[in-house]
Write a protein that binds this ligand. Structure first.
Ligand code: SAM
Ligand code: GLN
Length: 306
């Protein structure tokens, strides 16, 4: 059976009518923010801001404009995220280009940037900070840090080379390409055996429990890269691997900060405390009151012990 369609007709020939048809179809398909999504998609077709679109409620549309909207609307009906349809997502007040090869940057991840900037401020600014981001995806974290820490030298890695191409494009877009080195590879292996010392290690690793992926919203489970989500059976695989290795790559006062799942504060803290290489392991909450970020410093007796 064919799904709902929008066709050019006198009824939909104005912005307001096409929007209300579009909203009804999306809402009927169970999409929560049907109005917002329809507005973003039509704004994208007409190259209008939200405000311009509201003012243009009575603007007559051409058949071609209606058809272009209908094509995007069909994609949204199949639960493709709006960010993949428009190819962009805002993060830390910057526009990032996104494709299906990268996780769509989340607002919660801005909390990780805040904690990273606090740790960076504590480290001082006598010399340029060396920062490592593991699993950069769209590059949202590395590029945001580059804009906030203009003298930092940043290395950003990912196991996905296609993601790194997207990240590189975003670094260029925001004038940070000269300060971020992108390296492909599995966690610390991307550094090619260099035990280079970093002042700060940052990561939003995959942390969804494998069995839970299928239960997430279809926008996530069907469309986002599985390799960006799958944290193993208990969601903690990447924390265990990072805890076992990160200390070797930190300077004497070095710190690390990682995004964590909303209920993972206790488990991830004990992974880091048990590893024995860290001190000041702390959980930070997001604005919804959920566990969101963990911070830790390298234990002084770990540095130089290899
Ligand atoms: N940093 C981006 C953000 O916060 O929006 C993306 C985070 S996404 C949750 C995790 C990223 O880690 C993905 O881009 C994925 O490709 C990458 N990744 C997965 N396994 C990896 C590994 N073994 N080594 C390096 N990166 C990995
Ligand atoms: N916050 C993402 C989600 O909910 C997961 C990102 C991750 O695994 N780091 O769906």
């Amino acid at each position: 059976m064919e799904g709902p369609t929008l066709e050019y007709s006198a009824n939909y020939s104005r912005v307001r009518d096409l929007l209300s048809q579009g909203v009804r179809g999306l809402a009927a398909a169970g999409i929560d923010q049907a109005r917002l999504d329809a507005e973003v998609l039509l704004g994208h077709v007409l190259a209008m801001t939200h405000e311009q679109l509201i003012v243009a409620a009575d603007l007559p549309l051409s058949a071609e404009q209606v058809q272009r909207f209908a094509a995007l609307w069909q994609r949204r009906l199949s639960r493709e995220p709006v960010a993949y349809i428009t190819g962009k997502q805002e993060f830390w007040s910057l526009d990032f280009h996104v494709t299906r090869d990268v996780l769509i940057p989340r607002p919660e991840t801005e909390r990780l940037i805040e904690v990273a900037l606090t740790l960076a401020a504590e480290l001082g600014s006598d010399k340029p900070l060396r920062v490592l981001e593991i699993g950069t995806g769209s590059g949202a974290i590395a590029v945001s840090l580059a804009t906030e820490l203009p003298s930092a030298e940043i290395i950003a890695t990912d196991i996905s080379t296609v993601a790194l191409e997207v990240a590189q494009g975003n670094a260029m877009l925001h004038g940070a390409a000269g300060r971020i080195t992108f390296l492909p590879g599995d966690l610390f292996a991307a550094l090619g055996g260099d035990i280079a010392a970093f002042d700060l290690i940052v990561s939003n690793p995959p942390y969804i429990r494998r069995a839970q992926i299928a239960t997430l919203e279809p926008e996530v489970s069907r469309w986002e890269p599985r390799g960006a989500l799958d944290g193993g059976a208990d969601g903690l695989d990447f924390y265990r691997r990072i805890a076992a290795q990160a200390w070797q790559f930190l300077t004497l006062n070095g710190a690390l900060t990682l995004e964590i799942g909303a209920d993972m504060g206790g488990e991830v803290s004990s992974v880091f405390n048990r590893a024995g290489f860290y001190r000041e392991v702390a959980v930070f909450h997001d604005y919804a009151g959920c566990d969101r970020v963990i911070g830790a410093k390298v234990a002084t007796n770990s540095v130089g012990s290899i």
